[in-house]
Design a binder for this molecule. Structure first.
Ligand SMILES: C[S@@+](CC[C@H](N)C(=O)[O-])C[C@H]1O[C@@H](n2cnc3c(N)ncnc32)[C@H](O)[C@@H]1O
Length: 151
């Protein structure tokens, strides 16, 4: 039996295909008063575009080498190492983010779809952001084929 009291996430999931689409979302979704967590920032190219519109940004990547380069290139931005699947480590960076940007290698293939869904659900439940913007071709394709039934 359907349970109307079950927990429902309010976060919007915005699925993009390719880095160009991923970056296009910044104009519409990033606001000056946001608090943003970026996951998979590599050398900080997208981070600078986000930072132009919102200074309250923590940009992260699993690779310390990438983070070292990013810190050197853009000393005005806060860069930290983070493995996205280590949610406890992510919680040390803050307890509330209004937007989360995710561009991690390996999330676009169809086989990665379940990982993508569990990852965005985990971040939505923990940080309750308004939106998670993710680069994942497979999630975008899945979303295109979904309709939330509404009489
Ligand atoms: C395609 S690059 C990101 C490009 C960057 N977003 C940009 O716009 O320039 C993917 C990044 O995901 C990072 N990555 C892979 N697995 C990760 C994980 N488990 N947690 C965090 N970052 C991860 C890689 O180190 C790599 O820098």
């Amino acid at each position: 039996m359907a349970n109307e009291n079950q927990y429902k996430l309010k976060t919007l999931f915005i699925a993009t295909r390719g880095v160009e689409e991923f970056r296009q979302t910044i104009e519409k979704w990033v606001k000056p008063l946001d608090s943003i967590l970026e996951i998979g920032c590599e050398w900080g190219t997208t981070s600078t575009l986000i930072h132009e519109k919102c200074k309250n940004l923590i940009a992260t990547d699993i690779s310390l080498d990438c983070i070292k380069v990013a810190r050197q290139k853009y000393p005005e931005i806060r860069f930290e190492t983070l493995d996205a699947f280590n949610i406890k480590e992510a919680m040390r960076l803050g307890n509330k983010f209004t937007k989360i940007y995710i561009d991690m290698s390996g999330l676009s293939s169809y086989r990665a779809l379940l990982d993508v869904i569990s990852l965005v659900n985990m971040y939505a439940a923990v940080f309750e952001p308004e939106a998670i913007i993710i680069k994942s071709g497979s999630l975008k394709q899945f979303a295109k084929n979904c309709i939330a039934w509404n009489r």
